[in-house]
Design a protein around this ligand. Sequence first.
Ligand code: AMP
Length: 184
Amino acid sequence: MTQISSPPTSSVSAASHVEALLASYPDFPQPDILFRDLNPVFADAVAFRAIIDDLADQHRGQFDAVAGIEARGFLLAAAVGYAAGAAVLAVRKGGKLPGSVLTEEYELEYGTARLELEVGQLPAGSRVLILDDVLATGGTIAATSRLIERAGYTLTGVGVVLELTDLHGRERLGAAPVHAIMSV
Ligand code: AMP
């Protein structure tokens, strides 16, 4: 019988894995955007485990639930939620959630967008960690923070794999600690 073995725990830091595997694509998806592709990090079992452990460890004991932002944030939130024994919230793009939803409109580095969260998923006051792959202008995470607070939860941290520091997104976020595994 074929068995899937656990990847070895890495002795290399999560940041080193990201630095080694991060791919950059000029002018994608439109001119003047340098697109940062983290899929090679997710596709490397040892690197993926290292980033998940790092995100969980940085905020350990400080969250009851992890909010992942569609779509790449889902990959992180599911794994960190499992590793930390925490609940998972899916923050979705507009028009995909049924029932009673909260909506926030915001501006992207390219274009505008809408994010939504179903109400009543967690007890009031639940401590929530927001996760996404890239912190660029900060609009996406700021909108998600507003959804978390409007839903009656407490934002206790933000975790990203990569922060694009020249866009100053961190300055648009509130007081909750922001952890980036790597900054460029
Ligand atoms: P922002 O709201 O500007 O912080 O943008 C963050 C969201 O857009 C994240 O979900 C990223 O996946 C995506 N994003 C923005 N800029 C980039 C970029 N240069 N490379 C890759 N993803 C990006």
